[in-house]
Write a protein that binds this ligand. Structure first.
Ligand code: ADP
Ligand code: MG
Length: 839
C-alpha cells in the first residue's frame, strides 16, 4: 500500500468552522482538539510519521449534544475534508484503485483512557473490499477488516452487544487467494445475520453513511453512563465535550512484518528508566489495548531497526514534553506509524521514582521534574504493605495460587468476587473486595472503582485493566493465565484448586502474586531514597517549615521521619491520650471557682509533657492550651457539662488561672527536659489585642516562662492579627476554623464527606469549604500574613488533606510555616515546593 503522507498544507490559513487537519491545528489548543488530536497534530508537525487526518472540534460535540443533530455546515466540512484526504493520500474513500479506510476516534480534552469509542477500518463496502483484495492479494486480510469493522460499528454506533468470537472462525477459514468480493459478501452477511438476530439492527454498507454514523456515535459517547462515572470519579467537568479524530488507517494486521504496540517511555509501574511496552505482530491496535490477546515485550518482538527508531523517537518526545509518555504505534510492512501520544498513567511509586530521576537529568528543570508528581501520589506511597513474615508463611503453606503480571503495586487482601455489580455491593457493605475477571472492559468500571484489588486472566500491562487500575491507584495483576474464572459457578479455578466467591485472597500488585487467604499489612517504608530526594528538593525550593502534630513521645520518631522541622501538640490531647483527662475535668469541676491555682493541672502538664519534650530533642515544640470550646474538646468533655457549670471556661481567658497553670506546668517541663527555648504555649480563640496583652501579663508572672502565642480562629482575630501580634511571641491561624466561621458551618462538618458532598452535588454552594479557600478567607489570611515579622513567626495550622491548589494559594499569600498531621507532611512539602518553583 502507498505510504500515507501528512495531509493539509503547512502554513495554509486556519480553516474556519469545526475541523482542523493535523497540519493546520494549533497543538496548544487542547480544549478544542482534545488530547489525542492535539498530540497527533504536534507529532505530525514535528515530522513524525502520522497517518494523515483531521480533528472535529469539541465545539461541534457540544452543539450536537445541545441541539440533538449535527450542527449546520459540519456535513459539508466533513465531505470537503474527505476530498482533501483522498487528494493527499492518493486513495479513494469506498472505492479503488486504492481504497481509503478511516479510523474515527474520540478524544476528550482530558485523558479518559478506554472510556470512549473508536471505529476502525471504516469505509469498507463491497467495492472497497474488491479493490483491497486486488491491492493486497489477501482475501483473508479483507475478511478480517470486514469482520472487525462490522463488530466495532455494531458495538460503538448501534450499541449492540459484543459479538464475541463468532466471526473469528469464519475469517480464519478464508484462503488468501479466494475472490475478495465473494469473501466480503460471505463475511458481511454472516455478521449481519448474527447482529439482526441479537439486536434487530443493521450496519450500513455505504461508506458515507458509516462515516456520519460513527461521528455522531463519538459525540453521543460523551454522555454514556461509563463516561459519566469516570468523570465523576476523576472530578472532570461534564460540559467539555469530546473531539473526533478522523484519520487514514494503517494496517497492523496486513502481514507478518506488520503489527501494533503500545510503549511507555519508562516503566509505568515502577518508574524504571527505559522503553517499556508490548507488541503484537499481525494485529490491529485494539487487540493490544483490549487485553484479549497477551502481547510480547516490545524489545523482544520488534525488529531491531524498528526498535531503534522507536527508542529514539520516544526519547525525543519525552524530552520535548518533559514527561513520561504512553505511545501507540502500528507497523505496516516494516514502516512505523505513530497513532497516539499522551502523558502516561503511572502508579504513585512510579511517579515518585520518575520525579527523582528527572531531578538528576540535566535537561529537565526542577519545576518540570516535579510537575507530574502530585501530593496525592505521595500520600499513596505511604500506604501499608504485607507483613514479610506472613508472606513467607503463605508461601511455605502453599498458599501462593499463581503469579501474573504486576500492573499496579499495592498489597491488599479481601474477599474474592467475580462480577463488578457484586463487587460494588459487597464493597458498599464495607467488605474489602478483590475483583477477578477473565478480562475487564469499560462496563466493569464501577466494580473496579469499588475493588481494593483487581486480577485478570488475560491481557498485558497495557490492557484495559492495567491502565484503569493505574489511574485509580488500585492494586492490580493482569495476565494471570493459570486462572480460569467460571462466572456461572462463581469460582476461580487455578492449578486444580477451586476458590469460591467470598473466599479471602491476597494480591501483590507489584510482584503479580495471588495468595489464598488474608495477609495482614504492616506500616510502610515510605522513606525510600527516591521520595527522600524529591522531598528534599521540594523543601529546598520552598524554604518552608512544616511542623507535625504529635501526642505521645513515640510519635516523634515518625514525625522526624516525615521530615518535620518542628512539632505541635495540645494539652488536652496529651492528657486524653495519657489517661489524665478525668483528672483535668475533676480539677475544673472541683467545687469552687474558689480553687484559684489549679496546682494539679500544672503538675499534670509538667508530668506528661516532660517526656514529649525530651523526645523532641531540639525540635521546636508548639503546645496549644486546653480548649473547652472547640468541637474536638466538646467530644472529649461534653458528658461532664464543664462549660455549663462554669460558663466562663468557654472564653479563652475566662479563667486566667487555668492558662497560668498550664504556663507553669509547661515551663517546668521545658526546664526538666533541658530546653532553653523553642517551646511555646498558644491559646485558642483570642480575637482582641487586650486578650493578647492579658496573656502576656500572665506570662510575666511565671518566672522564666516559655513563650506565648495566639491561635486565631475567627474572622475578627484574623482582621486584628497585626495588633494581636504586638503582644505575643508566636501567631497561629487555623484555616479550617476560619472557613467554618466564614461559611457559618460547624467545623466538624468540614472533616467528613457527609452531608456536604450531597449539598455540593445539589449545587447549593459554589465553593467547597473543605478543599477550596473562600475569597473572604483568602483576604483575611492576607491580613494575617502582614503580621509576620522576623521575630514573629506566623504559622498556619492545617488539617485533613490539603489540596495542592490551596497549598499554592497559602504559599502565594506569603505563609512559610505550617503545621499538619503526620500523614499530611510529605504531601504538603511537595505541594509547597511545586508552588515555589511556580511551573
Ligand atoms: P483510546 O482512546 O481508547 O486509546 P484509540 O482512538 O487510540 O482509543 O483507538 C484504539 C486503537 O485503535 C489504537 O490503539 C490504535 O492501535 C488503533 N487505531 C486508531 N487509529 C488508527 C489508525 N489510523 N490506523 C490503525 N490503527 C488505528
Ligand atoms: Mg489510544
Amino acid at each position: 500500500m502507498a505510504e500515507p503522507q501528512s495531509s493539509g498544507r503547512p502554513g495554509a490559513p486556519a480553516a474556519p468552522g469545526f475541523t482542523r487537519t493535523f497540519a493546520e491545528a494549533d497543538p496548544a489548543d487542547v480544549d478544542r482538539l482534545g488530547g489525542k488530536g492535539s498530540g497527533l497534530a504536534r507529532m505530525s508537525q514535528q515530522g513524525l510519521r502520522v497517518p494523515p487526518g483531521y480533528v472535529i472540534g469539541t465545539d461541534a460535540c457540544r452543539r450536537y449534544l445541545a441541539e440533538g443533530t449535527l450542527p449546520a455546515g459540519l456535513a459539508d466540512e466533513v465531505a470537503a475534508r474527505l476530498a482533501e484526504l483522498e487528494r493527499d493520500s492518493g486513495k479513494t474513500f469506498g472505492a479503488g484503485p486504492t481504497p481509503l479506510l478511516l479510523s474515527v476516534r474520540s478524544g476528550a480534552p482530558v485523558s479518559m483512557p478506554g472510556m470512549m469509542d473508536t471505529v476502525l477500518n471504516l469505509g469498507i463496502g463491497r467495492e472497497a473490499a474488491v479493490a483491497l483484495g486486488a491491492v493486497t492479494g489477501d482475501a483473508r486480510f479483507v475478511a478480517d477488516l470486514t469482520a472487525r469493522f462490522h463488530a466495532m460499528y455494531a458495538e460503538t454506533v448501534l450499541g449492540a452487544l459484543d459479538p464475541g468470537e463468532g466471526s473469528d472462525a469464519l475469517v480464519a477459514a478464508v484462503e488468501p487467494a479466494e475472490d475478495a468480493g465473494a469473501v466480503y459478501d460471505r463475511i458481511w452477511s454472516a455478521c449481519e445475520a448474527a447482529l439482526e438476530e441479537s439486536d434487530g439492527e443493521s450496519v450500513p454498507a455505504d461508506p458515507t453513511a458509516q462515516l456520519f454514523g460513527a461521528v455522531e456515535a463519538v459525540f453521543r459517547s460523551w454522555n454514556t453512563r461509563r463516561a459519566r462515572t469516570y468523570r465523576e470519579f476523576h472530578a472532570i467537568p461534564h460540559d467539555l465535550g469530546t473531539a473526533v479524530v478522523v484519520q487514514s488507517m494503517v494496517f497492523g494486521n496486513l502481514s507478518d512484518d506488520s503489527g501494533s504496540g503500545v510503549v511507555f517511555t519508562r516503566n509505568p509501574a515502577s518508574g524504571e528508566p527505559g522503553l517499556f511496552g508490548e507488541y503484537l505482530a499481525h494485529a490491529q491496535g485494539e487487540d493490544v489495548v483490549a487485553g484479549t490477546r497477551t502481547p510480547d515485550p516490545v524489545d523482544r518482538a520488534l525488529a531491531p531497526a524498528l526498535l531503534d527508531e522507536l527508542r529514539r523517537t520516544c526519547a525525543d518526545l519525552e524530552r520535548d514534553r518533559g514527561d513520561v509518555l504512553d505511545i501507540e504505534f502500528t507497523v505496516e510492512r516494516s514502516t512505523l506509524y505513530f497513532l497516539q501520544v499522551r502523558s502516561a498513567k503511572r502508579t504513585p511509586e512510579a511517579a515518585v521514582r520518575i520525579a527523582a530521576d528527572f531531578l538528576t537529568e540535566a535537561h529537565v528543570a526542577p519545576a518540570v521534574a516535579l510537575r507530574n508528581l502530585s501530593p496525592e501520589q505521595v500520600r499513596q506511597v505511604q500506604r501499608p504493605g504485607f507483613d514479610d513474615d506472613e508472606v513467607a508463611r503463605a508461601r511455605a503453606g502453599d498458599r501462593l495460587l499463581t503469579t501474573g503480571i504486576g500492573a499496579c503495586p499495592g498489597q491488599v487482601s479481601g474477599v474474592l468476587v467475580l462480577d463488578p455489580d457484586r463487587a460494588r455491593e459487597r464493597a458498599d457493605a464495607g467488605e474489602d473486595v478483590i475483583l477477578a475477571r477473565a478480562v475487564t472492559s469499560p462496563a466493569d468500571l464501577h466494580g473496579m472503582i469499588a475493588a481494593n484489588g483487581i486480577v485478570t486472566a488475560t491481557g498485558g500491562s497495557t490492557s484495559h485493566a492495567a491502565v484503569v487500575a493505574r489511574a485509580l491507584g488500585t492494586s492490580c495483576v493482569v495476565g494471570a493465565s493459570a486462572i480460569t474464572v467460571d462466572e456461572a459457578a462463581r469460582t476461580l479455578v487455578v492449578g486444580g484448586r477451586t476458590v469460591a466467591e467470598g473466599d479471602e485472597v491476597s494480591l501483590d500488585g507489584a510482584g503479580g502474586e495471588l495468595f489464598l487467604g488474608r495477609i495482614s499489612t504492616a506500616t510502610p517504608a515510605a522513606a525510600t531514597g527516591a521520595l527522600g530526594s524529591v522531598l528534599a528538593a521540594a523543601a529546598g525550593a520552598s524554604g518552608c517549615e512544616v511542623l507535625v502534630r504529635v501526642t505521645l513521645p513515640a510519635d516523634v520518631a515518625r514525625a522526624r521521619e516525615a521530615g518535620a522541622s518542628g512539632l505541635v501538640t495540645a494539652v488536652d490531647d496529651v492528657l486524653a491520650a495519657t489517661g489524665h483527662l478525668d483528672g483535668l475535668v475533676e480539677e475544673l469541676l472541683s467545687d469552687a471557682g474558689v480553687q484559684e491555682r489549679f496546682d494539679r493541672v500544672a503538675d499534670l502538664v509538667e508530668q506528661e509533657l516532660t517526656p514529649l519534650l525530651d523526645a523532641a530533642g531540639d525540635l521546636p515544640v508548639g503546645v496549644r492550651a486546653v480548649d473547652l470550646v472547640a468541637d474536638e474538646a466538646r467530644e472529649l468533655l461534653q458528658q461532664t457539662a464543664v462549660t455549663t457549670r462554669h460558663p466562663e471556661l468557654a472564653l479563652p481567658l475566662g479563667r486566667p488561672a487555668l492558662v497560668e497553670a498550664q504556663l507553669r506546668g509547661l515551663t517546668r517541663a521545658a526546664a526538666a527536659a533541658g530546653r532553653t527555648g523553642g517551646v511555646h504555649l498558644a491559646v485558642r480563640h483570642l480575637s482582641d489585642p487586650a486578650e493578647a496583652a492579658a496573656l502576656r501579663a500572665l506570662a510575666t508572672e511565671v518566672p522564666g516562662a516559655v513563650a506565648v502565642g495566639a491561635y486565631l480562629t475567627s474572622p475578627r482575630a484574623a482582621a486584628g492579627a497585626p495588633d494581636i501580634a504586638a503582644c505575643v511571641d508566636v501567631l497561629w491561624v487555623e484555616v479550617r476554623a476560619l472557613q467554618s466561621a466564614v461559611f457559618g458551618i460547624p467545623a466538624r462538618q468540614l472533616l467528613t464527606s457527609d452531608p456536604l458532598d450531597d449539598y455540593l452535588r445539589r449545587g447549593l454552594l459554589s465553593v467547597d469549604p473543605r478543599t477550596a479557600l473562600d475569597p473572604v478567607v483568602r483576604s483575611l489570611l492576607g491580613t494575617v500574613a502582614t503580621a509576620q515579622r522576623a521575630d514573629l513567626p506566623v504559622g498556619m495550622r492545617l488539617s485533613g488533606e490539603v489540596p495542592e491548589e490551596a497549598a499554592a494559594q497559602l504559599y502565594g499569600l506569603g505563609f512559610r510555616r505550617f503545621a499538619v498531621d503526620v500523614d499530611g507532611s510529605r504531601p504538603l512539602v511537595l505541594a509547597l515546593g511545586k508552588a515555589a518553583l511556580g511551573d
